[in-house]
Ligand binder design. Structure first.
Ligand code: SF4
Ligand code: SF4
Length: 172
């Protein structure tokens, strides 16, 4: 799979579709682009996009979030930026923030507010999922429903769902 091509196509879903129909960055001075050391996880194969475009103000490291696929262990990469980017090259995690996908009990994609966002994002603190822009939520669901059809991505999603659910415990 040419995963860079797949992600570049998926990115386009979010060129126009954003969490609200207004610029939510004005609510919080773009708190999610703080340029601190928090970083954004890259989904399986997404690293190829950044290998291709090689942005000078971003760096990628491996995290401890590991998963197995085809008897091989993979570590989930994380991208760090300096708090500024060309919005057309921002990674998928930035485009879907403050939402995130998890697997439901049937292994299908469900979209939820990302519990990691609740400490920084005013939308994540206050909105229910049906209060976000409808097309934005639909785009997140579409992107991950497509990605989850890939067995490698699905293997990642199994571990990622456990990872997110560990954070959810703090908000129950
Ligand atoms: S922190 Fe939330 S409200 Fe602020 S720019 Fe990011 S997504 Fe929008
Ligand atoms: S990559 Fe871009 S959108 Fe994502 S946190 Fe950094 S500056 Fe913000």
């Amino acid at each position: 799979m040419n995963s860079a091509y797949v992600y570049l196509q998926l990115y386009r879903l979010f060129d126009e579709n954003t969490p609200l129909s207004v610029d939510c960055g004005k609510l919080c001075n773009s708190a999610c682009c703080g340029g601190d050391d928090s970083g954004m996880l890259l989904f399986p194969g997404e690293k190829q996009v950044y290998t291709l475009i090689n942005p000078t103000n971003m760096r990628i490291e491996d995290t401890d979030l590991a998963y197995r696929y085809n008897n091989k262990e993979y570590k989930t990469p994380i991208l760090f930026c300096d708090g500024h980017c060309d919005r057309y090259i921002r990674p998928l995690a930035c485009r879907i923030f403050p939402l995130t996908p998890v697997l439901d009990d049937n292994g299908q994609i469900e979209i939820i507010t990302d519990p990691r966002a609740k400490s920084i994002c005013p939308l994540a603190k206050t909105l229910y999922i049906d209060e976000y822009d409808e097309n934005f939520v639909k785009s997140v669901k579409k992107a991950f429903t497509l990605l989850n059809k890939n067995k490698h991505v699905h293997a990642f999603m199994v571990e990622y769902t456990k990872y997110i659910k560990d954070f959810l415990k703090f908000f129950e």
